[in-house]
Design a protein around this ligand. Structure first.
Ligand code: SF4
Length: 327
């Protein structure tokens, strides 16, 4: 598979104020991330809230500006956001957000909203657009007789189908899905995940799937990148990474997912508070929660290094006796 999108050294810094009168402090929401998305694959991005995964997703599409690094799409640097060239490219890359109700316009029928990208990008004439809306509605499991309905007349699952149909309208090569099922009822989540999987297979789409739900990621994704406080700490093929996590954080995340047959006392428990992006610990940012931390972890930032075929992990002690000790 060839690379569709390549990101190198991405940086995004926010300014966060502590308390009403506190001084503003820089928060490195995305801190030097490099990754690639190959044509036709699904890359999962996982991590706790505050890890920077949503910011990263928006940066990949140019929705959030880069403060460092570069994104190349099909070998070409991403044009500056808002330019005509960028808008043309955006037709090839679409985003599906978490909350379908806020992503849709309550005043427009769902047909009008699915057609909107075709209108904006001036694709086809009126007859083509009507036929395309009909085709997309069927593809996502909506009935053509629902075309005249408004978002509030649909269920949460149906609304997310509308959002997905609209994202597919221009025939994109890449879909960035940011927690696309977490606002839906559990009973609906599997349907929407299956829909995404089927659409991806039939259209040959590449997909970035951002989620905190490791079960879904394991089922859907070809490769996974694990984020902690703005950095990728482990990446690799999904099957290998779930079977043999190399980073202690990945190990704890996976261990926290209940599995039939796995005894509770065999779990690796994630210690301490969830990370505060405004207070990055020195050295390895995970060290206050890591049972394997040593002096080097507190003083030196581990870099991503090879951890097997197609795999990398950022940990001073991911291999050898330490890995066995943590298992
Ligand atoms: Fe734990 Fe040290 Fe590895 Fe960080 S570098 S994950 S503190 S063992």
């Amino acid at each position: 598979m060839t690379d569709l999108l390549v990101a190198e050294g991405l940086v995004r810094i926010y300014s966060a104020r502590r308390g009403l009168l506190g001084k503003a402090a820089p928060v490195r929401a995305v801190d030097g991330i490099s990754l690639c998305v190959r044509r036709g694959e699904t890359l999962g991005i996982v991590g706790e809230s505050g890890s920077g995964k949503s910011t990263l997703g928006r940066m990949l599409l140019g929705v959030d500006p880069l403060q460092g690094g570069e994104v190349r799409y099909a070998g070409t640097p991403m044009p500056p956001a808002g330019t005509a060239e960028w808008r043309r490219l955006r037709a090839r890359m679409q985003m599906v957000y978490q909350d379908p109700l806020s992503a849709l316009d309550r005043r427009l029928t769902i047909a009008a909203q699915i057609r909107e990208p075709l209108d904006i990008h001036k694709i086809g004439d009126a007859a083509f657009r009507a036929a395309r809306v009909d085709e997309l509605m069927r593809a996502v499991g909506l009935r053509p007789d629902q075309a005249g309905r408004y978002p509030h007349e649909l269920s949460g699952g149906q609304r997310q189908r509308v959002v997905i149909a609209r994202a597919l309208a221009t025939g994109p090569d890449l879909l960035v899905c940011d927690e696309p099922v977490s606002a839906l009822d559990v009973s609906i989540q599997a349907q929407v995940v299956n829909l995404l999987r089927n659409l991806q297979a039939s259209a040959g789409l590449a997909m970035v799937f951002i989620s905190h739900d490791l079960k879904v990621v394991r089922n859907l994704c070809d490769r996974v990148a694990v984020m902690y406080l703005g950095r990728v700490v482990e990446e690799g093929p999904a099957e290998d990474l779930f079977a043999d996590p190399r980073h202690p954080y990945t190990r704890a995340l996976i261990s926290s997912v209940p599995e039939p047959g796995r005894p509770l006392d065999g779990r690796v428990i994630l210690q301490g508070e969830p990370p505060n992006p405004a207070k990055r610990p020195p050295g390895c940012a995970f060290h206050p929660r890591c049972a394997l931390a040593t002096d080097i972890c507190r003083g030196s930032v581990p870099q991503l290094r090879k951890a097997g075929p197609g795999r990398a992990a950022a940990c001073h002690h991911f291999d050898g006796a330490d890995a066995a000790r943590a298992a």
